[in-house]
Each structure stands twice: as C-alpha cells, then as structure tokens.
Design a protein around this ligand. Structure first.
Ligand code: EPZ
Length: 414
C-alpha cells in the first residue's frame, strides 16, 4: 500500500515548510563526481529515489559513497569504468550524465539509454551530436550506447534547442577536451550554474554558465571540493501553489526567489498575495483567483515542470485558463486524472484548457509521472473527501519527505 498516498482534503494549511536541495542539480552533480581525482564532499543532497539510484550506479563504478544524513563523502580515486548495463540506468533520465562524465575522463563509456518520466518522445540527439563534435564516435545497438574517442578536441557547438540535459552533458565532456569549447544557445537553468560552480571549484575552467553562451577550457584532471547544492525551485513552486490553493499564511523557506520569478508573477496576476523575502516566500492570501494563460519556456520563462501543479489551482480560478507547452507536447496526463475529481479540463498536443470555477471531490486516481503526481496532491488537498493517489513512487522521485512536510502544514495525508 505504501505506493499509494491517501489525502482527506478540504483542510487549511498553515505554518512553515523548508525546501530541500534541487533534484535536477543533484542528479547532474552526482555523476559529475566521477571526474574527480580526489574526494568530493556534497552537503544537502536530497534524499529522494533518484539520488539513491545514482548512488548505486556510482558504487557500480567502484566509487566509495559514505552517506551521513544529507552529507555525501564521495571518493572516485579508484573508479573503474565498467559498462553500465543494469536496470538502474533505466530508472531515470539523468543517468545519461554518466555519458559526459565517463567519456570526458576515460574517452569511453558503454551504457543503456536512459529512462525517466513518460512525457512524450525524449530523444538525446543533441547530446550525441555534441559528443561527436568533440571527436567521439557513437554506436547504438538496441538500447545500448557506446561512445568512444581517440581524443576530445574543443570546438564550437550550437544547440538547435536550449536543452538542459545536452548543455550539461556537453559541458561535462568538454572539461577534459583539449582546448576551448563553446556551447551556443545553451540552456540557462540554475542547475547549470550550480554544476558549473562545483566543477570550477574542482579546477575546471567554465565561463558563462547561466547565459546562452558557455565557454569551457579543457584541463587534464579535477581535484576534490566541498559543495552545497542549491534549493529546488520546482519543489518551491509546488509548495507555493499548494499554499495558494489551501493556505492561511504559509511560509516557504530556503528559497531563491529569482529562480521562480515567472511563477511568482503569474500567481500575482491571478490575485495571490505574496510576501517575497531574500530566502523565503510567504503566501498571505488567495481568494477569488482569476484565470490566466501560461506558456512554458526554457529558464527564465515559466517552467514546464510547474504547469502541471498550477493546473490543479486553475481548476478553482474564475474563468477559463490555457496552458501552452513548448517543451513537452504530451505533458498533460494529469488533466485526465483531475477530470476524475470533477475538474473541467481538456487537452490536445501542446496545449490544455482549464474551465475554472469547479469544486473538486475525492477520487481514486493515478500518478503517471513526477509532476503529474504533484498536481494530483494539490488537487487532493483542495478536494472534498478522500483521494487515493496510486503509483506514488513517481512522486517520491522528486519530493523529499513530502507526506511529512504536508502533515506539518496541517494536511491529512497517509
Ligand atoms: C530537464 O530535462 C529536467 N530534468 C526536466 O525536469 C525539465 O522538465 C526539463 O529539463 C526542461 O526544463 C532534469 O534536469 C533531470 P531538455 P531534460 O533536454 O534535460 C527535447 C522533472 O520533472 N530534446 O531541456 O531532458 C526534449 O525532447 C523533469 O524534474 C531533444 O529533442 O530537458 C524536450 O522536448 C521532467 N533532443 C525538450 O528538448 C535532445 O537531445 C526539453 O528537453 C534533448 C532534448
């Protein structure tokens, strides 16, 4: 039963919730540690399914990982570049960061192609084109990928799309490429800056992370370092939306407001009253919310990961809202589940429409992916009666201690 979350909705939320460290930063930083020739100490690694899977993969590479609460001491000095051909690789998309890290350090990597949430087609062509541009050869047999290179030479790479994963993977491999690599039309997500600052502490020469042009000057080895992972902007947005839905003065702490500006301004457009501090956001009130239109964009635009949680809130706003997805065209499975709770939404490839003013009621529903799960939890908090969310394992991949955090805010969650 533990793969099911049961929520009795309609209860008001109050108090404080502290945000954990960023999943999408941690899942890039853990594979990057493969490149270190000395010990790396990571603080605040979120204890979520994805990081547990990545630790198992690090151990398969004969890397020592000592976990003491949320401090990870990782020793990759005796790393062995074994082929990563096991099911763990398929449990999350971010396992593909081992490609850039191992190709960079060993000029060779062999592993299964990645898994992850079912959000529609998720190719990695931009990653592979980047590796080829650096001089690597790619072989794909069934779902096994082998990437090898005599040598990696810096070059200029232009990304057709500002892909987060491709930007990170190319940045990793380029750290050990000879000479200068530039990545144009690079993604600007905060996770990229966080990774770049850790790599530079290890002796990498990366400039421009967070802008659309990143320059990497190759080095021959990377030292150890100490690194504290940034707070999770998507978890932050999720709790702020939940507070807007059912909160009476909820304070969300350990926040970098600059990382969720698009969401905050959209919520204010809806009529949510916010107090934005240096490292917290307090949701003061949210009555008679207005419908809004949202277009998802790469950072700093409105995050695709937050359109699903926001949809739950929009079911109760006055009027019709629309969501236009420019990143994942099929990321609307939450709409069908919300409709089982009395919502009135419809969707087609690339867009959804939410007819607001509906009152949600409890139902038996299923989380189809991580942020769909987040959306259903918010809807269940809003709904009259009991909601049973199955396939909760999707949710535990990206939200540390979510049931405890919600109970601390006054929710009735099992
Ligand atoms: C990252 O995925 C995040 N995952 C996603 O969060 C997030 O939704 C996404 O960025 C966009 O912000 C992690 O960081 C682990 P992309 P990623 O490469 O890197 C297409 C969550 O809920 N594309 O920017 O896979 C791709 O199909 C997850 O935490 C190619 O066509 O995103 C998609 O349509 C879900 N070819 C678009 O680009 C490629 O080689 C965005 O992909 C790569 C991507």
């Amino acid at each position: 039963m533990e793969n099911t979350i049961i929520i009795r909705g309609g209860r008001r939320l109050s108090g404080e919730v502290e945000i954990s460290s960023c999943k999408n930063s941690a899942v890039a930083i853990l594979p990057a540690v493969c490149m270190a020739s000395e010990i790396v100490k990571l603080y605040d690694v979120p204890e979520i399914e994805d990081t547990k899977v990545l630790v198992r993969l690090l151990e398969k590479l004969n890397i020592d990982v000592i976990v003491n609460k949320d401090v990870f001491t990782i020793d990759a000095t005796s790393i062995q570049n074994v082929d990563l051909l096991n099911d763990d690789v398929r449990k999350l998309r971010a396992s593909y960061y081992f490609m850039g890290a191992l190709l960079g350090r060993f000029r060779y990597v062999k592993m299964y192609s990645p898994g992850g949430c079912n959000l529609g087609p998720r190719p990695i062509d931009l990653h592979l084109k980047g590796f080829e541009a650096l001089g690597a050869k790619i072989e794909q047999v069934d779902d096994t990928i082998t990437i090898s290179a005599e040598e990696l030479k810096g070059t200029d790479i232009y990304l057709d799309f500002a892909s987060v994963g491709a930007t990170i993977n190319i940045m990793l491999a380029a750290c050990f490429a000879s000479g200068k690599t530039t990545i144009e039309n690079a993604a600007k997500e905060p996770e990229i800056i966080d990774l770049s600052s850790m790599l530079n502490k290890m002796g990498a020469q990366i400039r421009g992370a967070g802008t659309s042009k990143i320059t990497i000057y190759g080095v021959s080895r990377l030292k150890g370092c100490i690194h504290d992972i940034i707070p999770d902007r998507i978890e932050t947005g999720t709790y702020i939306i939940a507070a807007a839905a059912m909160g009476d003065n909820v304070k969300v702490t350990n926040v970098i407001p600059q990382h969720i500006e698009a969401l905050l301004s959209k919520l204010e457009e809806m009529g949510v009253k916010l107090e934005i501090g240096v490292d917290y956001v307090r949701v003061l009130s949210a009555e008679n919310l207005k419908a809004v239109d949202v277009i998802t964009q790469p950072f700093p635009g409105f995050a695709t990961d937050l359109q699903q949680p926001l949809t739950a809130l929009l079911t109760s706003a006055q009027g019709d809202s629309s969501i236009e997805e420019t990143i994942y065209m099929e990321r609307f499975k939450h709409c069908d589940e919300l409709n089982k709770m009395g919502a009135n939404t419809e969707w087609t490839t690339g867009r959804s429409k939410i007819h607001g003013g509906t009152k949600l009621h409890g139902a038996k529903i299923t989380a189809t992916d991580l942020r769909c799960g987040a959306s259903l939890i918010i809807a269940a908090l809003m709904a009259d009666g009991e909601t049973e969310i199955s396939n909760a394992h999707h949710i535990y991949r990206g939200y540390e201690n979510i049931t405890q955090k919600l109970r601390n805010l006054g929710a009735d969650v099992q």
